[in-house]
Design a protein around this ligand. Structure first.
Ligand code: C2O
Length: 543
């Protein structure tokens, strides 16, 4: 069991993208940020020093953080932000997780440029449950804005309008050959003929679900969100923001250069999501000197941006490697709506949402508001009153056809509030996540902090508790930390509340978090010594 110490210097760094020079916020001047590699069972100690002009926190996306909720990172949930000039040391141990996770800023839209891979190998000398690959490569999908992403979201928030979409998708922070001034910096991934590679895909994009394919090559999926999966072959992957997918790719094609390409998936109607295809090059080593490199690599076939079928087929292919013990019986049977709404413009203001409204988003009609003077975890631990109420509704307040196309806006105008849902230590929790089409039908990558959950089923339309429970996979459902709730559809997840603390559940499209598509669980301490939250670190940033 090793302890890995790292220093993360958050700073402003010059980079050039799409023909222009920019100053962006990075960790240690790197974009993407440093890759951390550990073994299962190891401890990470990461000292974050903030030399930028924004508040910052770092979240270790998908790390269970057993009893170490103080190290989870979302600002005003588990800590106050690290102010410019400040620092904070995150300490946590990886317990029983293997595969690919990642870390990212969890403060405003800083994660647009502040992110990196977190690779968890099996325990020392333990094997993978698949043939050992000859090489391993993290591949981070991202999104690039020509404007400062913080300015983009602040401008949108001022008027209630939708923020501008990004200017490019990226692979390892590079837009690739199809973009102006980007060719010479295109990400190149060298492979050797005959060798098998483990590609660790991470969708770090702010607001875009992404299809991925590699020209000429089949991928074998072996892991997702740091859980192993039953291996299956596919030519296309779909990752929602927050999700990771590990694939084996054998270099079994004629030595040449092949594009790895990513393109947006979105079922939202009328949104220009089809505007960008990012590419990297899979380059066979033997092609380095044979005159081949000049030749144009071929593009793989990617599904159309609105190809829901391809997305669903891929998601349904992901299963646990063997039969699992599903937690039961269910103690907390919850139904949360997830979706957008619109608020009326306050008198005397001009608002930029549809027909002069303000965009909002909610779960069970509560649009989540972060506190600003103390974190929820501190408020809980110190018993500070008037910061939150623990009365988040277990069910939607009104029953109706959530997925219809003609829903009256008056039916669903969210209420802004800071509400938590209390869970007893050890309770078995099931949540039906029901998508709504109040304003628009969109799929939502819903992420739960501090836990992995089983995805028992997904489907379209309104969840029917009478007939849809028969569709539950109670044998080998996938274990993940982020589930794509299909547009105008639903997903059912289940987990055991065995990690005390305050844990955010939210849509991983950052624009939707900004609009309030979030809630938080307050998981109470258990009785045993190993069932209680640890004491807060002494250097927890002051508010
Ligand atoms: Cu990866 Cu709360 O996020």
């Amino acid at each position: 069991r090793e302890v890995h110490k790292h220093d993360f210097l958050v700073q402003e760094t010059p980079v050039k993208r799409l023909c222009k020079a920019h100053n962006i916020i990075t960790v240690n001047g790197m974009f993407p940020g440093p890759t951390l590699e550990v073994n299962d069972g190891d401890t990470l100690v990461v000292r974050v020093v903030n030399r930028a002009r924004y508040n910052v926190t770092i979240h270790w996306h998908g790390v269970r953080q057993m009893r170490t909720g103080w190290a989870d990172g979302p600002e005003f949930i588990t800590q106050c932000p690290i102010r410019p000039g400040g620092s904070y040391t995150y300490r946590f141990t990886i317990q029983g997780q293997q595969g690919t996770l990642w870390w990212h800023a969890h403060s405003s839209w800083l994660r647009a440029t502040v992110y990196g891979a977190l690779i968890i190998h099996p325990k020392k000398d333990a094997p993978y449950p698949f043939t050992k690959p000859q090489r391993e490569v993290p591949i981070l999908l991202g999104e690039w804005w020509d404007a400062n992403p913080i300015d983009v979201i602040n401008a949108a928030t001022r008027t209630g309008a939708a923020p501008n979409t990004s200017d490019a998708l990226t692979i390892n922070s590079q837009p690739g050959d199809l973009f102006k001034c980007s060719s010479k910096d295109t990400t190149v991934i060298p492979v050797r003929a005959g060798e098998t590679n483990l590609f660790r895909f991470i969708n770090a994009a702010l607001n875009t679900e992404i299809f991925v394919a590699i020209a000429g090559h089949t991928m074998t999926v072996v892991g997702a969100d740091a859980s192993y999966t039953k291996p299956f072959k596919t030519t296309v992957l779909m990752l929602g923001p927050g999700q990771t997918t590990d694939v084996l790719v054998t270099a079994d094609q004629p030595p040449a250069r092949y594009y790895i390409a990513g393109r947006a998936f979105s079922s939202a109607p009328g949104v220009p999501f089809d505007n960008t295809t990012t590419t990297a090059i899979l380059q066979y080593k033997s092609t380095c000197c044979s005159g081949q490199p000049g030749s144009q690599p071929i593009l793989p076939t990617l599904p159309a941006f609105n190809d829901t079928n391809s997305a669903t087929t891929f998601a349904n292919g992901i299963k646990s490697p063997s039969a699992v013990k599903i937690p039961s019986p269910v103690d907390e049977n919850l139904v949360f709506t997830v979706g957008l709404g619109l608020l009326n413009c306050p008198p005397g203001r001009t608002c930029g949402g549809p027909n002069g409204t303000i965009f909002a988003a909610s779960m069970n009609n509560v649009s989540f508001v972060l506190p600003s003077t103390i974190s929820l975890l501190q408020a809980h631990q110190m018993g500070t009153s008037n910061i939150f109420s623990a009365d988040f509704p277990a069910n939607p307040p009104v029953q109706f056809d959530y997925t219809g196309t003609n829903i009256s806006r008056s039916l669903w105008q969210p209420v802004k509030d800071t509400k938590l849902y209390k869970l007893k230590y050890g309770s078995v929790v099931q949540i039906v996540l029901q998508g709504t089409s109040i304003f628009a039908a969109e799929s939502h990558p819903i992420h739960l902090h501090g836990y992995d959950f089983y995805i028992l089923a997904t489907g379209s339309g309104n969840f029917n508790s009478g007939t849809d429970t028969a569709k539950f996979n109670l044998v080998d459902p996938p274990l993940r930390n982020t589930v794509n709730v299909p547009a105008s559809g639903w997903a059912v997840i289940r987990f055991v509340a065995d990690n005390p603390g305050v844990w955010l559940l939210h849509c991983h499209l950052d624009v939707h978090i900004t609009w309030g598509l979030a809630m938080a669980f307050l998981v109470e301490d258990g009785v045993g010594e190993l069932e209680t939250l640890e004491a807060p670190p002494l250097d927890l940033p002051p508010c």
